[in-house]
Design a protein around this ligand. Sequence first.
Ligand SMILES: [Zn+2]
Length: 468
Amino acid sequence: MITVPVRVGIYARISSDREGDGLGVNRQLEDCRQLAELRGWRVAETYVDDDVSAYSGKPRPEYARMLNDLRTGSINGVLVYHLDRLHRQPKELEEFFEVCKDAGVDDLATVTGRIDLADPDGQFQARILGAVAKKESDDKSRRIRRKHEELAVNGKVSGGGSRPYGYEADKLTVRPVEAAVVKDCARRLLAGEPLRSIAADLNARGVASAGGGLWSPQSLRRMLASARVSGQREHKGEIVATAEWPAIITGEETATIRALLSNPARRTNRAARRYLLHGLLSCSHCGERLVARPRSGGQRRYACAKGVGFSGCGKTYVTADEVERFVTEAVLHRLDSPQLQKAVERRHRAVPETERWWQEAEAASAQLDELADAYGERLFSMREWMTAKKPIQERLTAARKQLAKATHTNALSAYVGNGAGLRAEWDSLDLSQQHAIVAAVVETVVVGPARRGYNRFDESRLTPVWER
Ligand SMILES: [Zn+2]
């Protein structure tokens, strides 16, 4: 027969609840109080430890206080929601038995059952439960990982997250109106239209994203480069299986889009590059960079822009065709100069190989995706997510910077000492390749004021500042 304790202590522990048992500490306390009332026990004390990681082995001050109260007899029974809240290690459980025995306490009640500590069977039961709890915690993260992998290789939908664009909330049924948009956007991207321009067009036409909001180039990029839209299952950035949902575009289209979007030259290429010298000219008057500013008649022109969003002086303008021709010529000459050859050799030594930074950037991106997935499945809080994201994002930014630098140098190295060869094939290069070469050679070209009444191209206005 069990001695009924009259003064019980309730012990509760805040744990991470990653498996989603949703057992907040208030719920634990509430259930224990109800049980005490039901049995006619007086709750003498409440002990709550804050322990995010169940088996971290960190000290639990409240648990220690509870043991002490048991020893001194100010409580003579313990109520706990489940045994896995009470003990983390078998050693702790044994210590608990000792304290109870010494204090003459033989009643341990849990909401899920009552354990008679005086009875060897009761102790055995407690030990088993403790061992099960420990094993569960050890296996938890492994099981979650394995579950994700299993779902992935079987082409199954992953749980959590929001509705993917082009599909219904079940993530399996195609939503025809959106599927048409996906196809159209993919076609336009493959035809060379920048993401920025496609996103702007969607927003202008009132075509909402899956969440009902505006499209950004980034969200459009994520959607179009996802393996999902071609009916493929992706895991950690890799396509691992044919998915259980239907495709909207072909797998070939997805492969081309992914190759296109992962081109580092394109990643750093924010402005439309119809202007070879975008970001490379500066104003002699105020020092600002010139921007593309065509005349109303359509003639291409660079200008020191002022007004909303610009910080220039508005005084300097230069016609694009002529300045581009001049700067290109200057760059091709420069390629054959010994100074440049030396500079490139130096930079080659200073800039570690592209591959390493590329991998670093890819790894960081994948980690961010994983984190976002885990957050989507509520494995941790928004704050934890933000905290975890920060250092990875910093690594990603650093890697991209190095990548851009290395890419510039690489763009150039093939042509150093071969300005004449490059001149022959210059027109066959696309604008972003040309831009990369010019940007690798020239830091900026300072554009001086126009001479009054002088209508022809005036090269004395241009002063190149070479990269060193
Ligand atoms: Zn200016």
